[in-house]
Design a protein around this ligand. Structure first.
Ligand code: SF4
Ligand code: SF4
Length: 336
């Protein structure tokens, strides 16, 4: 079995991590069956979040009686100590456990530190003292916050987007984690659906010894694919390498990653897909995007009131209204 040790935590887990965001979209029985199959297939690291609606509850139900077999990670978006404790207690209850292995700050706009006035890091320390959590982590989409967390010595793990489209800065961050003994958890290894070849994604990440990819799983077939890769890892062949190079060229520069941090939009625009429609149309079967439902959703782009909420919340610094407009113009050419 391929394994990864998460930096100084010493936690050694299956190289395939389970990302539990998508199970919020499927019925509970299906979610429970998928999580149990993952467990039986050897997956040992499960990552969820307070913000993923009922994901923690489904995970808790699936793991009942088998808690000791897994490493459980969740996240809080709290911005103060009171919110932190509310979230931690709610997560423990939903996950049906009395401890969380890895508790992470969920994409904070700054790197929480002792004495910064927020009380967040002090709450983490107290929770660890009380035995409610074992390790302290941070997730982020902003390079500067991620770097600060790694270099601060305050965090056991970092969760950050990492896939074969990685920039030199992203690669340097992975190396910095290795040097600082910080476990690196890779999210968005399929870049929110833009990467269609999972074998290439898997083979790229397999090169990084200390990196744990978490795969967002919604269907049993997707899970089986990753379990099969665990058994017979795909090699980074010349053919896959060429595909990666082609994707890098096509996806160079500023593009919407579909993370959703810009939501809610007061005009009701579904930004995460609308702002990358041109890519979706060219990189996935276009028919579902061209139906009546998406035509109506794309038409909402005309209702943008230019409030700039999206611009101020996009961790990639995108000019989202402009991107939406460009994508809508391109979309109309497909309709013709
Ligand atoms: S600027 Fe437009 S797209 Fe962005 S949040 Fe405001 S209304 Fe929505
Ligand atoms: S516009 Fe920015 S914040 Fe919104 S989904 Fe795209 S990448 Fe994420």
């Amino acid at each position: 079995m391929n394994t990864v040790t998460l930096g100084r935590t010493g936690l050694t887990v299956n190289k395939n991590g389970f990302g539990a965001l998508p199970i919020q979209r499927i019925p509970k029985e299906e979610a429970v069956a998928i999580v149990r199959r993952a467990l039986d297939g050897g997956i040992t690291f499960f990552d969820t979040a307070r913000l993923y609606s009922d994901s923690e509850e489904k995970l808790g139900a699936a793991l009942a009686g088998r808690r000791g077999e897994v490493i459980l990670a969740t996240k809080t978006p709290a911005t103060d100590a009171a919110g932190f404790w509310r979230d931690l207690d709610a997560s423990l209850a939903a996950l049906q456990t009395d401890y969380i292995d890895l508790f992470q700050f969920h994409n904070p706009a700054f790197c929480p530190k002792p004495g910064d006035g927020s009380g967040l890091y002090e709450a983490m320390l107290e929770a660890r003292e009380q035995g409610k959590i074992r390790f302290i982590g941070l997730t982020n989409h902003r390079l500067h916050v991620a770097r600060e967390a790694v270099e601060s010595g305050l965090y056991d793990t970092l969760q950050f987007p990492f896939c074969y489209l990685a920039s030199p800065d992203d690669l340097a961050l992975v190396e910095s984690c290795r040097q600082h003994g910080v476990g690196f958890i890779a999210m968005k290894a399929l870049s929110g659906g833009l990467i269609q070849n999972s074998a290439a994604a898997y083979a790229f990440l397999a090169q990084f010894e200390g990196v744990l990819p978490i795969w967002g799983v919604q269907r049993m077939a997707e899970l089986e694919e990753f379990l099969a890769y665990g058994e017979n890892p795909p090699a980074l062949t010349e053919e896959l390498q060429a595909l990666i190079e082609r994707d890098k060229l096509q996806l160079a520069g500023d593009f919407c990653r579909g993370c959703g941090y810009c939501l809610p939009c007061p005009a009701g625009i579904e930004i995460p897909n609308a702002a990358r429609m041109s890519l979706m149309l060219r990189r996935s079967p276009p028919a579902p995007w061209l139906g009546e439902e998406w035509q109506a959703k794309m038409a909402k782009i005309d209702d943008c009131i230019h409030c700039n909420h999206c611009v101020n919340h996009c961790p990639y610094g995108l000019d989202t209204p402009k991107l939406l407009h460009q994508n809508y113009e391109d979309y109309k050419t497909f309709l013709k």
